[in-house]
Design a protein around this ligand. Sequence first.
Ligand SMILES: Cc1cc2nc3c(=O)[nH]c(=O)nc-3n(C[C@H](O)[C@H](O)[C@H](O)COP(=O)(O)OP(=O)(O)OC[C@H]3O[C@@H](n4cnc5c(N)ncnc54)[C@H](O)[C@@H]3O)c2cc1C
Length: 334
Amino acid sequence: MTRLFHLMMTAPSATFTQTKPTETVAPVSLKTANVHNKSSLVSKATPAVYDWDTFKFAPIRESQVSRAMTKRYFADLDKYAESDVVIVGAGSAGLSAAYVLAKARPDLKIAIIESNVAVGGGCFLGGQLFSAMVLRKPADQFIEDLGLEYEDEGNFIVVKHAALFITTLCSKVLALPNVKLFNATCVEDLITRKDAAGATRIAGVVTNWTLVSMHHDDQSCMDPNTINSKVIISCTGHDGPMGAFCVKRLASLGLLKRNAMGALDMNKAEDAIVKNTREVFPGLICAGMELSECDSHNRMGPTFGAMVLSGVKAAEEALKVYDLRKKQDLEDMC
Ligand SMILES: Cc1cc2nc3c(=O)[nH]c(=O)nc-3n(C[C@H](O)[C@H](O)[C@H](O)COP(=O)(O)OP(=O)(O)OC[C@H]3O[C@@H](n4cnc5c(N)ncnc54)[C@H](O)[C@@H]3O)c2cc1C
């Protein structure tokens, strides 16, 4: 078991207490329900407890809805404009990294930037649009920690639906107090800094609404926003309209030599992706399938253990360099 994963598994996990599915719930009146209290009966209520004849939602004014959303979103934009770690891409690698890192280091502010509305990347299905998700051991330890059921097939395990895995992982990540997911938002450039010796490092990301980014060709001058961050973990997946973004951008700047993904070899590919998950450029750690577009590793087909453990390793690599990058960040401001 890796050091950080061990730390994560032994960390207090009050947030993740699971309710017993068989627990019986006494009928509850809506009038007495206290929705602010997590132990309230209403949170365990089934439709059977509602009296549909007298049913009525509590009144609201439209502006209250608007303010409830906007004041929180703008507070988050303000808070995470200075992040400790930015994770680009909320697929299986990015969310695994966020889960491990945020749980092990509650003191760090972690922003996840996801270009799609929905999180999960390519992890809502197994191979060829089938449902089951295969993970080779030892990735089963991660699935155990999430509390998911699986079938043990010897050297690998099978979760009955990839969507069950990714939605469970996402719900646990989003419940952590030090994580903010900005979805429908994409990273459209990187922030660079040069130190006194002329060495460049990545010091943040340039963001925009994805729908705006998609229209730079037909609408002019739609400037982006920025997030400063000590470390960036890039997990943007395979090459595509948005994929492999950070690696492609570094290559276009001449800061990294990029080699396209190699052909399929399950046994080689998964070990290579996990072992080589690292800081590929000062300030930028690359994980998941994006790494195959950086190093030309083989692809592995529909087996997901490497995505999960590459995320775990990315979290460890981030902590290895965090103090140095934080020091450099402070020096930039002097
Ligand atoms: C051609 C092709 C081949 C594939 N081959 C394999 C394979 O060999 N093995 C395998 O396991 N899977 C393969 N897949 C499926 C899938 O890519 C992976 O299984 C898996 O989902 C990769 O996990 P990930 O976390 O690295 O990236 P993804 O699941 O792809 O997640 C990346 C996330 O980053 C987001 N994103 C991308 N760019 C940006 C940006 N600029 N800003 C913000 N967010 C961004 C995306 O919306 C996405 O949610 C393949 C997919 C394709 C299209």
